[in-house]
Ligand binder design. Sequence first.
Ligand SMILES: [Zn+2]
Length: 56
Amino acid sequence: MTTVICVECDGELEMTDDVLVGEIVECPDCGVELEVTSVSPLTIELAPEVEEDWGE
Ligand SMILES: [Zn+2]
């Protein structure tokens, strides 16, 4: 188990060791979505907000 610090609230997130780059995790403290950008060292960034635009 690895721990990373949430960029939004500085809370600790527990990550499994088999986490993959590009994986989206949700902070249990503030609920923000974080994207794993590197696994060595383990780095997370705020996930880009997906805007679901169904308009033509
Ligand atoms: Zn957080």
